[in-house]
Design a protein around this ligand. Structure first.
Ligand code: 5GP
Length: 137
C-alpha cells in the first residue's frame, strides 16, 4: 500500500493537527490516543513514512522500540500500571485504521480492553494523564 502523506499521523507529525504529546525527537513522536481503550493509552510512531511495521526500515523500528520502552516505563511509574498491553496492528485486515505505523501502549489487561478506536475520550482527563506520564520521562 502506498504511503498517504495526508494521513492523520503524518499531519500530526507536521504539526498540522494537534496532539497531546508525551515525547518528541527528530525520529519519533509519542502522544496520547484520542479514543483510549484504557486510561493512559499512548501511541508511539516513527517519523519515517511507513504504513505498517513490515514497511519500516529495521533501524527505524529498532529506535522506535527503544522509545516504546521508555514511554512504557514512564506509564508504569506514573499510573502505577501493573501491566501494559503493547499492540501493533499491521494492515487493515488486522484492524489498522490509521495508515502510518504505530505502537499502542495500553495500561490494561488483554482480557479487559475496551473497544478499539470506538469512542472519543475526555480530552481534559487525557491531558491530566499525559502530564503525569511526562513527569516520569
Ligand atoms: P489503529 O487502528 O490504526 O491500530 O490505531 C489508530 C489509533 O489512533 C486508534 O486507537 C485511534 O483511537 C487513534 N486515533 C485516531 N485518530 C486520532 C487522532 O486524530 N489523534 C490521536 N491522538 N489519536 C487518533
Amino acid at each position: 500500500m502506498a504511503y498517504d502523506e495526508q494521513n492523520i499521523f503524518a499531519r500530526i507529525i507536521r504539526g498540522e493537527l494537534p496532539a497531546i504529546k508525551l515525547y518528541e525527537d527528530d525520529q519519533v513522536l509519542a502522544f496520547m490516543d484520542i479514543m483510549p481503550q484504557a486510561d493512559g493509552h499512548a501511541l508511539v510512531i516513527p517519523k519515517t513514512p511507513a504504513v505498517t511495521l513490515l514497511d519500516l526500515p529495521p533501524e527505524a523500528a529498532a529506535y522506535t522500540i527503544q522509545v516504546v520502552q521508555k514511554v512504557a516505563q514512564a506509564i508504569e511509574k506514573a499510573l502505577d500500571a501493573k501491566g501494559i498491553v503493547l499492540m501493533q496492528l499491521s494492515g487493515e485486515a488486522a484492524g489498522q485504521t490509521v495508515p502510518h505505523v504505530h505502537f499502542h501502549l495500553i495500561p490494561s489487561s488483554i482480557h479487559q480492553l475496551g473497544r478499539h478506536a470506538a469512542q472519543m475520550g475526555d480530552q481534559e482527563k487525557i491531558k491530566t494523564l499525559a502530564e503525569k506520564i511526562k513527569a516520569e520521562l
